[in-house]
Write a new protein. Structure first.
Length: 287
């Protein structure tokens, strides 16, 4: 079962690559993907865990789009000034330093200045955020007489509306709770859920969430009435309505630290006598 979990993590972490070329920019050699090719090109890649964006003009000049902080840790948004100068003053007030926003902006500019430009980019109404987390759980909806805690790992793909501060989102999540000598129970859970951001600020949000549907693959070892050790494997599908709360704290242009209390209570599953302990801390980034 752990092999299945690892395969799912690798699948979620995988990103399809555009064609990459090697460039030397200000003495730094980088491999960049060409996202948009027109009067103004958009190049980008993830370098040392950070998104890096560049624009290339018709004469081949490549300029990095930056958003550094001043001494007071306020973002300077230099990328807006750079793009405004390269696009003859095209409005940048609502422009974000994200791949989605930059694609929209540069694609719109190329379309406006070149009648022969054919947009290869279809505007999406949704955006995606990939996250990974780790924590502990007492498997609150499973019989656990001694209230044993177990480590867990999780990954999720969050899908949200293309909005500056989206309140609504859905998520596809996989998580694995490990077994232990004191509690020989483990489960890999795939779930589909919904989130609503009650507090929704630029730097942080607090949300409620509900798992609408789950599939669990469980491994359990127990002693039967004949004092024999039995290994049992089960697969179950539920519509449990498991409620939880969480918070996303922005730590970069496109990244967040997330804290999730994932399983507070459920409408259609019984708590097995222990107050829920199901807490995870993780990291998310926009795709």
């Amino acid at each position: 079962m752990r092999k299945i979990f690892l395969c799912v993590l690798l699948f979620l972490a995988f990103q399809f690559n555009h064609g990459q070329e090697r460039y030397t920019i200000n003495g730094e050699t980088l491999e960049l993907k060409t996202e948009i090719d027109g009067k103004l090109d958009l190049l980008w890649n993830i370098v040392d865990g950070n998104y890096r964006y560049f624009v290339r003009t018709e004469n081949g000049t490549i300029t990095e789009l930056k958003n550094t902080k001043d001494a007071d840790k306020n973002y300077q948004e230099e990328y807006k000034t750079t793009l405004s100068g390269l696009t003859d003053g095209m409005a940048t007030e609502k422009l974000k330093l994200t791949l989605f926003s930059l694609r929209n902006y540069i694609d719109a500019y190329n379309t406006s200045v070149d009648s022969n430009y054919n947009s290869t980019y279809t505007v999406s109404k949704v955006q995606f955020r990939l996250g990974f987390s780790g924590g502990i759980t007492n498997n609150p909806f499973v019989g656990n007489p001694n209230n044993e805690k177990a480590p867990m790992l999780g990954a999720e793909l969050e899908i949200y509306e293309a909005n500056v501060l989206p309140r609504h989102s859905g998520f596809l999540q996989v998580r694995h709770a490990f077994d232990s000598d004191d509690f020989p129970y483990s489960t890999t859970e795939f779930s589909l859920g919904y989130r609503y951001r009650i507090i929704n600020k630029e730097r942080f949000s607090i949300y409620g969430q509900v798992k609408l549907a789950t599939i669990n693959f469980t491994d359990l070892t127990f002693i039967n009435e004949d004092d024999m050790e039995i290994d049992q494997n089960d697969t179950s599908f539920d519509i449990p309505f498991i409620f939880g709360i969480g918070s996303d704290i922005k730590v970069g242009n496109n990244s967040y630290i997330t804290i999730i209390y994932g399983e507070l209570f459920a409408l259609l599953l019984d708590n097995q006598g222990n107050f829920s302990t199901d807490i995870a801390i993780g990291y998310k980034f926009n795709l």
